[in-house]
Design a protein around this ligand. Sequence first.
Ligand code: UTP
Length: 477
Amino acid sequence: MTQTHRDRIEQVRALLARHHQDHILRFADRISADQQRQLLSDIESLDLEALDALVEQYVRQEPHFALPDEILPPATYPIEPGSKLREKYRQARRRGERLIAEGKVAAFVVAGGVGTRLNFDGPKGCFPATPIKKKVLFQVFAETIRAAEQRWGGVIPWYVMTSRANHEATERAFAECDHFGLEPSNVMLFTQGMMPSFDRDGRILLAEKHRLAMSPDGHGGSLRALYRSGALADIKRRGVEFISYWQVDNPQVRLIDPLFIGLHAEDAAEMSSKAVIKCDPLEKVGNFTLVNDRVTVIEYSDLPEDLARKQDGRGRYVFELGSIAIHLISRSFVERINEHGFSLPWHRADKKVAYVDEHGEPVQPNKPNGVKLETFIFDALPLAARSIILTIDRVEEFAPIKNAEGVDSAESSRVLQIERFARWLESAGVRVPRKSDGAVDAVIEISPFFALDAGQLQEKKSLLPAAIQPGQQIVLE
Ligand code: UTP
């Protein structure tokens, strides 16, 4: 080791000691020079001043959510417009189609998560998701983008946020699959920020003797990563004004939706959301509310049960709207909040974090031992001067694949995908066999190139069979 290198380590050790984190150099004298460089680079990526405050506020104590004094239900655009809104929806849809054709809309998927619950070896976007063809999630999205370009014209650039944990594997998947048929110059992959994991005393954990335990900084990090990575500058250069945001685990998302885009633009909103009516007042999704006149999502765990169960005079739940992490974000909003440095509130998660102990022995904990800090995208909503909510039909747009089995799994998503395709066919007059409990008795897959929605399928009536047979597998592409 050269003298300068040794000096550098000692300098860093002194700096870390001031922040009570010098234990992370505990093995520095016993690792190779390359490993030392790696460790120093991990350490240099930390903002130690900021971490001190976060440790105090979120790690050493369990933060308590302060319930706002006044929580109101927000206004929403309904699934089906009544007579007063019908013309507005028509106009909005036309405006949305025009904006797509003029190249004013970009697609943005966040795919930086680690996907612990799914237990899948590889980026979540490479998970085979569709009922028959087993197309991977990235392929479903790419085909939807291409089909939208063919239908409405214009180019829809696609931004894919990854994290240090899956960036290379994601890049490889895109290269091996020819960017899933998209023009490579219209696809941009970039990484999000990382945060260290802590023990409950606020000490940063070591994943290896020469690596800090780090994890992605949450989907809220996407708004900063867009800016820092240069993606936002690229979006501006292309003249794009609206960014359609979704999460990688939802194959059902209508990721280019003229109505949503048009309503957002007509109302001059900065960040908008799609919502579903919750199936149960205590369903584990974020709740849309209005706080200080701003749309605000309150997590299910923070909304008191009496509020969750509160009903209006007609027996409807007052806080019936659940968040499904689909947003439309104006480019100018992302620029505005980044220009002067912004921060979203942090959320603490107690997780199992593998680490090396003080003897250098690797430990695989079997219960939560560490604290991770993340920011959430919906916390940006109150920063928006205007924000609309469009309620959508859950079956049409939400079939997440989060767990290996059970609720929100590949199997539950498959059932929902088939149900949606069945409904589209039924609305076009095709007889679809159903079992006594209403479940579809067939396996159906419709490619985005064949139809992006029920309306487009109806235009192809002449290509459809009169009926599907019980147990039949049918692909329309
Ligand atoms: P989840 O909250 O489901 O997290 O992310 P996850 O990491 O994918 O899965 P678990 O909780 O470990 O099982 C919802 C969406 O947000 C993205 C994910 O890729 C997914 O699309 N996400 C999450 C990020 O892009 N970055 C993050 O730091 C966290």
